[in-house]
Design a protein around this ligand. Sequence first.
Ligand SMILES: Nc1nc2c(ncn2[C@@H]2O[C@H](COP(=O)(O)OP(=O)(O)OP(=O)(O)O)[C@@H](O)[C@H]2O)c(=O)[nH]1
Ligand SMILES: [Mg+2]
Length: 443
Amino acid sequence: MTIYALSSGPGISGIAVTRVSGNKAKDILKSIINGKFPDERVATLKKIINPRTNELIDEGIVIWFKGPNSYTGEDMIEFHTHGSKAVVNKLQNILEQFDGCRIAEAGEFTKLAFQNNKINLLKAESIGDLIVAETELQRQQALRIMSGVSSNKFNLWRDELIKMLGEIEAKIDFPDEDLPVDISNTIKSNAKRINEEIEKTLDDDKTGEIIREGFKVAIIGPPNVGKSSLLNYLSKREAAIVSEKAGTTRDVIEVHLDIEGIPIIICDTAGIRDSNDEIENRGVKLAISRAEDADLNIILLDPRNVDFKGFFNNHIEDKSIIVINKSDLGVDNLPILKTNIIPILISIKENKNVDKLIDQIKIKLKNQFLKNDNVLITRSRHRYHLKECNKHLSRFLEKKNNEDYDKAAEDLRLSIRHIGTIVGRVDVEEILGSIFENFCIGK
Ligand SMILES: Nc1nc2c(ncn2[C@@H]2O[C@H](COP(=O)(O)OP(=O)(O)OP(=O)(O)O)[C@@H](O)[C@H]2O)c(=O)[nH]1
Ligand SMILES: [Mg+2]
């Protein structure tokens, strides 16, 4: 099978890169260009022609990669043509006419690279992350994982566990052999150390996942306090409707921001109050669930309705910042100012103190990211398998010395399987689909 796809972005561009990978690549290249076949890995200017009609399609750079020295490990061609829709379409129409040549599926080039052992699963995922990285921290994290920090660590643990399993299996197969008396103790103490190291790795406040997916901030509060005004201010556009009528916002409105390289997903929500309106109530439910799901809540109040006895008491936790908007209406003698809660007083209308609120958000973010500067987990998939690995490892540690060898071996086998799945060193066909379908075509 041979596949092709546009690997550079869609739309008009100076140059478009179309990649071809597979066993037909060489024949295709021979018939699609005139003159001498290009040297391996040398960018060569060529006329690209339709082999059936000899019609000129474009003139551009062609690069020939002979497998296995290519991204996918197969024979590959890169066509660097002019980036118009017409040229790209024409080239693709011609490629399609070759027997056994078809358009690639999403992520298929990278999937081939994984299947041909050019990269492990973590590297494949981080290539995907780098392609879609929007902020500086996302770029840095994707590159860190690509360089192998996580896979090296996971492989190290896996290798150690495999060695332990080997020793236990030897004990099962040759019970009478003179194995060192303290074999169990050495194995146990090593297993315990790995168990603790994995535990520490898991205790990372999900920083890696947050960098990939964005730090979730919810703006919540009673109706009409200026939640939508705040969203618009922060996103510098009219993302949400602002009106003096209470109960304007019903749906959750999401905006992506980049605060000092950290991706933020901030959402505006419906004002929380008891209402007879069914649609408004649905909006309120959505607001509450977003607040629960958020990494940080901005609880926005207004001097006229600072109600601490009600709803907000339940929502003031570590992950909240209390903000009173409309300070231009006067904030003297507010009961909240006599409590030990220190709100930030802002006025969006008069652009007062909003920078203080932004500073406060930055402090919360920095706390999260400074604490965890050695993150190894970037997806819930990794977290799940590490947890499972540790669960079986804990069971293994509970087994008594010198007995239960069979069961202990099975616990170890399962923990090895889970940690191997993260890097892709077991039969992973079932998880491949879900990973690569999130790539775009041509990657
Ligand atoms: N005086 C004053 N008015 C403000 C300020 N910020 C927003 N407003 C006004 O308050 C009213 C409500 O603002 P919104 O942003 O729609 O409030 P909301 O919290 O999204 O309201 P709902 O969607 O109904 O829950 C509008 O008329 C705004 O112009 C402020 O700092 N001072
Ligand atoms: Mg609103």
